[in-house]
Write a protein that binds this ligand. Structure first.
Ligand code: ME8
Length: 535
């Protein structure tokens, strides 16, 4: 039976159009999902949008719509997210909106259960509140009235609200995280959460907003004068979306989630509030929460509200950086978990060096030689392989390089598995891509060193066949291994190598030397990555 994985992205706020920070999480989730499917696993990848709360209400009013028309505002913005995910080849299984009826019914049902079971109480809240972060802060946490997270001014609040008894399960949560029943990763984030939990008494979580202040939310099932705090509403998506209320069979199959992939800004919500809500509900905690770093511009987090957001469509339209090139940049530029600094120039530099020069040229040169020397057909290598190549004076170097290429290619699937494995410390995309590029670079070097044009001049076809076969096999393997990271490019390489079967059907055990059969007619197309000149 296939192994099942349930992977989630955060639900993105729909107060503005998405930027490359949001693309980052999506691309990472998509890459993991594609990788697991290649390994014959059954994957359910869920994403969606977070549509309630003050932030959205404010954005709706600012857009010129009257209060009470927030649904129109969010409906209009959803296609921007869906279209972008389509453009980026994000292959999710379900898109949940917190305005979906099923989600609303589930939230009401769960709050009712929690209330009936004594987990919720009412009291007057006095303290600070940050509207952009939707977070409450104690005087001791924010003595200057500045939000510790986003550094903006806080508002003083003094109002009666409902609270969830977060504090009851503090010790239980510490044990869950320490034992990795809930694996918080990377390790620095595990340490961060544990030291917070051990060094502070958890304050109970305010889970309501009075309607006189905010109407755009899910009404509390036990008090019609209040709506639910947006974070409680949003976190519950992870179970409402897989049938907690209406599809028990699917819920049983998928829960607990194997991975909640998030940005580090929302670690506390996912590693503290969410597991405690689940414990109170009598459900299992998620298996893993992985918090990646931020894309920053001039040391500031890229964000919709800070006006420094980079629109991926602008990168395409003004710079010619297509979806896969952006995917590659995001995944290869930094170690997953750390912050990365984004500039257009860096993105263009990496495009030109890794994609245009290394990957694109390798394919182009190889296929040009297949056309020129073998009429566009992948040659058969004679049994005594490499005979002719050993004729020259630097024969040893060439033979060694060829062996190295084969060795690297044989090892590559295992290496990638190791880095992406979400059941261990992964995912980490950068070293996985580095390993693929090591092979690409070795193959380019092999062309330089073996100088096939010299054999062509000498009409040494058997030697030429060995060189071409080595290059073609390596690129067959590279294309399939690249597929989770750059699906469009992988398919393109695969098809230019003359392969007619769907790359999706090539599962991991089939990724090995000999993947491209001799006699295959190649299908050379346009260069994959034409160079970009930056002004
Ligand atoms: O927090 N760099 O939504 P959101 C990297 N609705 N990743 C970034 C980023 C940046 N500069 N900016 C955003 C919310 N992200 C809530 C989540 S989940 C139940 C509710 C990514 O739209 C990052 O993964 O503000 C962040 O966690 C996510 O976008 C959502 O941001």
């Amino acid at each position: 039976m296939k192994k099942t994985y349930y992977i989630t992205s955060p639900l993105y706020y729909v107060n503005a159009a998405p930027h490359i920070g949001h693309c980052y999480t999506q691309v990472a989730c998509d890459t993991i999902s594609r990788f697991l499917r290649q390994n014959d696993c059954d994957v359910f990848f869920m994403t969606g949008t977070d549509e309630h709360g003050e932030k959205i209400e404010k954005a709706s009013i600012e857009s010129g719509l009257p209060k009470g028309c927030e649904n129109k505002f969010v409906d209009a913005i959803i296609p921007r997210f869906k279209d972008l995910w389509k453009y980026l080849d994000i292959n999710y299984n379900f898109f949940i909106r917190t305005s979906d009826k099923n989600h609303i019914d589930t939230v009401k049902h769960i709050l009712d259960v929690l209330n009936k079971n004594g987990h919720i109480y009412k009291k007057i809240y006095k303290g600070w509140f940050c509207t952009p972060c939707e977070m409450f802060w104690q005087q001791s946490q924010a003595p200057e009235g500045i939000c510790p997270d986003c550094k903006r001014n806080l508002e003083k609040l003094d109002e009666e609200n409902y609270f969830f008894k977060l504090s009851s399960y503090q010790d239980k949560l510490i044990k869950c995280i320490e034992s990795d029943e809930l694996a918080v990763r990377p390790p620095m984030r595990k340490n961060e959460v544990l030291s917070f939990l051990k060094g502070n008494n958890l304050q109970d979580l305010c889970i309501s907003r009075p309607k006189k202040r905010l109407k755009w939310g899910i009404e509390l099932p036990f008090d019609k004068d209040y709506v639910t705090y947006v974070w409680v509403d949003a976190l519950l998506n992870y179970i409402s979306g897989i049938g907690y209320l209406g599809n028990k069979k699917q819920f049983k199959k998928l829960w607990p989630a194997d991975l909640h992939l998030i940005g580090k800004d929302i670690l506390r919500h996912h590693a503290i509030y969410w597991p405690i809500l689940l414990i109170a509900l009598g459900e299992k905690v998620p298996r893993k929460v992985f918090a990646h770093g931020w894309w920053v511009i001039d040391k500031e987090k890229m964000s919709k509200s800070k006006d420094n957001a980079v629109d991926p469509m602008r990168l395409l339209n003004e710079k010619g950086i297509k979806a896969d090139a952006l995917r590659y940049f995001l995944l290869s530029q930094v170690q997953f978990g750390r912050d990365g600094s984004f500039t257009e120039n860096l993105c263009i530099e990496k495009y030109n060096s890794d994609l245009a020069n290394d990957l694109g040229n390798l394919l182009n040169r190889t296929l040009t030689m297949v056309e020129k020397y073998f009429d566009g057909v992948v040659p058969k290598v004679l049994k005594d392989e490499g005979r002719g190549v050993r004729d020259g004076e630097d024969d040893q170097v060439k033979a060694l390089l060829r062996e190295e290429i084969k060795g690297l290619a044989d090892e590559l699937p295992k290496k990638i598995k190791h880095y992406i494995d979400i059941e261990k410390d992964g995912p980490d995309f950068q070293p996985a891509l580095k390993a693929i590029w090591e092979l690409i670079n070795k193959a380019n070097k092999y062309i330089e060193v073996s100088a096939p044009w010299k054999y062509a001049k000498d009409k040494n076809t058997s030697a030429l066949a060995v060189i071409i076969d080595t290059l073609v096999q390596a690129q067959g393997i590279i294309s399939v291994l690249l597929y989770p990271f750059m699906p469009h490019t992988a398919k393109d390489i695969w098809s230019q190598l003359g392969q007619e079967n769907d790359i999706l059907n090539i599962k991991y055990p089939k990724i090995k030397w000999g993947i491209i059969k001799p006699g295959t007619r190649i299908n050379k197309g346009k260069p994959l990555f034409p160079r970009i000149t930056s002004e």
